[in-house]
Write a protein that binds this ligand. Structure first.
Ligand code: HEC
Ligand code: HEC
Length: 308
């Protein structure tokens, strides 16, 4: 008998023995459960078929020699036979391409149920309902709604009384403090506070018209920062007029599409901070995509009311 068959019988015996041992050691062991018996019969059949199919091909590799016409190309003496593509393969290949196109266009990925999709639809429907229900509230009611949003979403950083918890976040009881103004002047600001990209230049880009377009000095920065932080009072009015007013307005309340209101909070500014987040002299504030438009308006009204 060929040595290969001997090996085949040995391997089959070893694998069957291993199957038998592992099954009888497992919980429940070998019993007469019909599913169990079927599974074991299947395993035995698989082992035998695998071993003998492998033997058949190994034999073929040992004894067969290839025949047929070679293609013209050969690579270092290694050639390729001119065989037709087996019909079954060709048909399967074409069907697969058709199926692939179906799958990508009308099949699973596009048409199927998606959890994220359902969540988005539900959220949109709920927001529409919310907007309709609260569309007319204004004034004190709006501020109250804003306070409840604030207590739910913002107090973790800004503190229950919105004082910024000792400088961890901005103190919202006043528009801005000197540290934040100084930071904006020295490093510029690029937070889409106007609702679109319109950065403020850093100190190298700021020229004081009153001083013959000279760059702003450290002393001037300190003075004008204190002036802005004090609500546009005290020393520094001339520096502000010469360096800042063209973009922020003579009274600091902002110029349309040029500079934001730095004297008072307003709903537009808070909404933009919530839409885009903010990085500044104090730290980073995340954006709040989960709030809907009315909630942003309300919390904007609440924050505006704090410093009035
Ligand atoms: C060329 C126009 C321009 C000039 C001049 C300018 N700013 Fe600004 N400033 C802006 C713009 C635009 C923004 C908003 C940038 C952003 O989106 O972050 C801004 C933002 C700020 C902020 C940040 C506000 C906040 O809520 O954090 C402060 C503070 C500020 N400016 C103060 C000043 C002062 C003080 C001066 C004068 C020394 C000045 N700016 C000069 C355009 C200007
Ligand atoms: C993870 C902490 C955190 C949370 C939560 C947070 N903020 Fe802030 N917020 C900050 C920080 C830090 C700053 C200061 C950013 C800076 O350096 O200018 C800030 C600044 C602000 C400013 C000042 C923007 C300006 O231009 O001066 C407003 C307004 C504001 N937050 C509103 C809110 C509102 C409304 C919420 C809740 C919906 C909220 N924040 C939630 C951390 C937070």
């Amino acid at each position: 008998m060929n040595k290969l068959y001997l090996w085949g019988i040995i391997i089959t015996a070893v694998m069957l023995a291993a199957t038998y041992i592992s099954v009888s050691m497992s919980e429940g062991g070998l019993n007469n459960d019909i599913v169990n018996m079927l599974a074991i019969t299947g395993a035995v059949a698989l082992v035998i078929i695998t071993v003998f199919v492998v033997i058949k091909y190994v034999r073929q590799m040992q004894v067969d020699s290839a025949t047929g016409e070679l293609t013209e190309d050969n690579w270092d003496g290694i050639g390729e036979y001119l065989n037709d593509v087996p019909t079954g393969w060709a048909v399967t290949f074409l069907l697969l391409m058709v199926w692939g196109m179906w799958y990508m266009t009308v099949g699973y990925p596009v048409q199927s149920y998606s959890q994220i999709g359902e969540y988005n639809e539900d959220t949109a429907a709920h927001n529409a309902k919310f907007a309709a229900q609260y569309k007319d509230i204004t004034g004190d009611r709006l501020v109250e709604m804003g306070e409840s949003v604030f207590l739910a979403e913002c107090k973790v950083c800004h503190g229950i009384s919105a004082d910024g918890i000792d400088g961890k976040a901005a103190n919202l009881n006043k528009r801005i403090d000197a540290i934040a103004v100084k930071h904006a002047i020295e490093y510029g600001s690029n937070n889409q506070l106007l609702g679109f990209m319109m950065p403020m230049p850093d100190r190298n880009g700021l020229m004081n018209a009153n001083a013959g377009y000279a760059p702003i000095t450290d002393a001037e920065i300190d003075t004008v920062s204190a002036y802005v932080a004090n609500g546009m009072t005290g020393d520094g009015a001339d520096i502000f007029a010469g360096t800042c007013a063209m973009c922020h307005g003579a009274d600091g309340t902002g110029v349309e599409s040029m500079g934001p209101n730095i004297k008072k909070f307003d709903i537009a500014l808070v909404t933009n901070v919530l839409n885009y987040g903010k990085k500044g002299g104090i730290g980073a504030m995340p954006k709040f995509e989960r709030l809907n438009a009315k909630q942003k308006e309300a919390v904007g009204a609440y924050i505006t009311s704090l410093s009035e």
